[in-house]
Write a new protein. Structure first.
Length: 747
């Protein structure tokens, strides 16, 4: 080989290896970002911090607020949301390529639980407690959406939610910071895959930063008033976990926190997130949340709002137009330092470089790849499994479930309820309507009929509509039930009854559905009720009187097949509730990891000047972590490696679990602790670990957890993350209420 060629090959190999090394790559990107930044005018910089909704025909002309397309061509727009599909995104990106500096646009979208293949709502997926499955669900969403030209999802929502009236509980992982942190990590990893730059990766966005889940009264967009203790110990951990998992972006929130709107909150955005946590990505506002600081009473006008948001650390303005109309002037007036603008633009450009958009702005727009994602059988099969794992068996008196196909031959199953033939009803909020209407969606009726086969007679009556006040359909449903051997009902909440702006003050089953269940139960036929909903609902009569109940959330595209698999025992339910289910709205907020009072009630009937209601037990209807199986599990006593341990040592806790029933099954073994005496009062129980085990009927397994002093840390009064020596309790069990316990000491 000639000498020149071999040294060329050597140098090229060296360069490639340097580039594939993280350090070299970051440095290169930062240098490239700076070289673009140097070329930009102030207006172009502010343009990068500007995001518009794409709710107009791409070929259409002017919108109320000016010609967005013209602004793209002038480099006055950094990103768009709600623009999807290869055709549409390509068209807009071409316009961006006509701008002076040809900086590509970022396309963002709310891919909350799947794109074309709709997965269970996030709260449902959280009930699976299966991190691999949750990660895979996000992976598929990313694969499908990125193939449609989207770069960025506004997910995961990692808000802790202790109030089921708040409609947005459906988008998160429930009430627990530990489970919420694990799920935040899994979702970020799933969306971002092998890393930005791969054509199947979506940038993730941890939202809504922060404490949005504590909106007063569960009313959406409402204020939050919270101690720093609760903020740091309960609400911030999932955000920190998302940051540590490498989430590309954060979205701030609509709420005020202790009087300061999150969007204008320097403490949250600059001091904590970009300061203490060293977050390198960018922060986008929520929709018009910059402008909403005016009605909040925090900013005088849009100029003031843009100054306050930018100085607090908000990098991109979603849809309010405050930045694009005011920020350049604010810089010229000396109200916002140029360094702040440069920092925001650097953060945004860095992500565009990391995605590879400067090399190829159209790299995510490939028609063939997009087509491959439509009704993709592999993705649908994974969705079905995820849906099965999300279902929670709340009750199964006399082992009515699973149904046995052989025994049902020649018999009649009556399918009753407004969800039984529901198609879109099981997709839930934040799912998209496909214009071509060709998406496969399996209704419970179809799923059950296919599974039961031709030897079982399936009959159907709706009984009532979801939000009905009319009893007109009851007679037909009762007559049908009387003629049947077994009745399966599916009742619940309409898909637009939980989600953004879908808070409810009354979270009972809507309409006359519970009455319908009652009259059907009165026929005396064996009855199974499935509940399809976007939050924990209240359904006390059903809970107390119906023998078998499955909580099905909104399960997605394959809902019907997943339900059928569970009903007929092809999947043994393993879901566990990620939120406490209240008995009445009066108990809300209700959560298992509450503090003890100075006068704790001994039990639900203890009313003797203790902290209780005189008209209601303190306990929830179903506790956090609760969920049954067709089989039964028994727990042995906890065995500890030591009674006391030092901060540099590890404590192990073991329990033997036995499958004492007839079916193979999966159990989620949960570990909780309580710090008995601390400088800041600690919760009565806190989840600190869990393991999922599969046990064959009759099989036993020892499950071992390891604890170190790190697992016992909390944020103290000075907000230092510390452990404190002293006595602890450890609990291991099948849910937060049903546990074995032991004591240990940290020296
Ligand atoms: C408002 C919602 O609060 C947020 O979660 C969402 O991502 C944006 N709208 C964009 O749709």
């Amino acid at each position: 080989m000639n000498k020149n060629l071999s040294s060329f090959i050597f140098l090229t190999t060296l360069l490639i290896s340097l580039l594939s090394n993280g350090y070299a790559q970051t440095k290169t990107i930062d240098q490239k970002v700076d070289s673009v930044l140097k070329l930009m005018t102030l207006n172009e910089k502010v343009g990068q911090m500007n995001q518009y909704n794409g709710d107009w025909d791409a070929t259409g002309p002017i919108t109320e607020t000016g010609d967005k397309q013209d602004q793209i061509r002038k480099g006055m727009l950094g990103s768009m949301l709600n623009v999807t599909g290869v055709e549409h995104t390509t068209e807009l990106q071409k316009m961006a390529m006509q701008s002076r500096l040809k900086i590509p646009l970022l396309f963002g979208q709310d891919i909350i639980h799947g794109y074309r293949t709709v997965f269970p709502i996030p709260l449902g997926e959280a009930a699976s407690w299966d991190m691999n499955a949750i990660e895979q669900s996000a992976r598929i969403a990313a694969t499908e959406a990125s193939a449609a030209g989207i770069h960025w999802t506004f997910a995961p929502m990692v808000d802790i939610a202790r109030d089921p009236r708040w409609g947005r509980v459906m988008e998160g992982a429930g009430e627990d910071p530990y489970l919420g942190s694990m799920i935040a990590t899994a979702r970020v990893k799933g969306f971002q895959g092998k890393g930005l730059g791969h054509t199947d990766a979506l940038m993730a966005c941890a939202k809504h930063y922060t404490a949005y889940g504590a909106a007063i009264g569960g009313r959406d967009y409402n204020s939050v008033d919270m101690s720093l203790n609760t903020l740091w110990n309960i609400y911030l951990p999932p955000f920190k976990a998302a940051e540590e998992a490498g989430v590309a972006t954060f979205m701030n929130s609509f709420n005020t926190l202790n009087g300061i709107p999150a969007t204008g909150n320097k403490y949250l955005q600059t001091d904590i997130l970009k300061g203490q946590w060293k977050f390198k990505g960018f922060i986008v506002s929520d929709w018009n949340s910059v402008g909403e600081m005016i009605p909040h009473g925090f900013a005088k006008d849009a100029y003031d709002a843009s100054v306050k948001a930018a100085n607090a650390g908000n990098d991109m303005d979603m849809e309010s137009r405050s930045y694009i109309q005011n920020l350049a002037k604010a810089v010229r007036d000396g109200k916002v330092p140029m360094a702040r603008i440069d920092d925001a633009v650097r953060r945004i450009l860095r992500k565009k470089f990391e995605l590879g958009l400067f090399n190829n702005p159209f790299k995510f727009s490939n028609k063939e790849r997009e087509q491959q994602q439509w009704n993709n059988p592999k993705n649908l099969a994974i969705e079905k499994t995820m849906a099965e794992k999300s279902i929670v068996l709340l009750k199964n008196k006399n082992q009515l479930l699973p149904l046995n196909k052989e025994n049902l031959k020649g018999k009649t199953i009556a399918l009753i309820g407004p969800f039984i033939k529901g198609v879109r009803d099981n997709l839930g909020f934040w799912s998209y309507t496909w214009p071509d209407d060709s998406a496969r969606i399996i209704s419970p009726y179809d799923g059950i009929k296919n599974k039961a086969g031709n030897d079982v007679n399936i009959v159907y009556a709706k009984g009532c509509n979801i939000n009905d006040t009319s009893l007109a359909g009851f007679v037909e449903a009762i007559e049908l039930a009387k003629k049947a051997d077994i009745v399966i009902m599916d009742v619940g909440e309409a898909p637009d009854w939980s989600g953004e702006a879908k808070s409810r003050s009354n979270i009972h089953l809507p309409g006359v559905q519970e009455q319908l269940v009652k009259v059907i139960a009165e026929t005396g036929k064996p009855l199974i009720v499935m509940i399809s909903a976007g939050r924990p609902l209240i359904f006390n009569w059903i809970a107390d009187n119906v023998p078998s109940i499955l909580y099905a959330w909104w399960l997605g595209t394959e809902a019907g097949d997943a339900m059928a698999d569970v009903l007929f025992g092809d999947y043994n339910p393993s879901g566990k509730l990620p939120m406490s289910f209240p008995r009445t709205e009066g108990q809300i907020p209700i959560y298992y990891n509450h503090l003890n009072t100075g006068r704790p009630a001994k039990n639900d009937s203890d009313l003797n000047y203790v902290s209780s209601y005189i008209d209601l037990p303190n306990s929830p209807k179903f506790p956090f972590g609760y969920g049954l199986s067709y089989t039964t599990f028994s727990y042995g006593d906890i065995s500890l490696s030591a009674k006391s341990f030092k901060p540099n040592e590890t404590l192990t806790a073991s329990v033997t679990i036995s499958n004492t029933g007839k079916y193979n099954g999966t159990e989620t073994v949960q570990l909780y602790i309580r710090d008995m005496v601390a400088s800041v009062v600690q919760p009565v129980k806190e989840l600190k670990g869990f393991q999922q085990i599969f046990l064959k009927a009759g099989e036993s397994k020892k499950v071992t957890f390891k604890l170190t002093a790190n697992d016992l840390k909390f944020y103290n009064e000075k907000l230092n993350y510390v452990y404190e020596p002293g006595d602890f309790k450890i609990f291991i069990g099948t849910n937060s209420n049903d546990v074995k316990e032991a004591d240990f000491t940290l020296q």
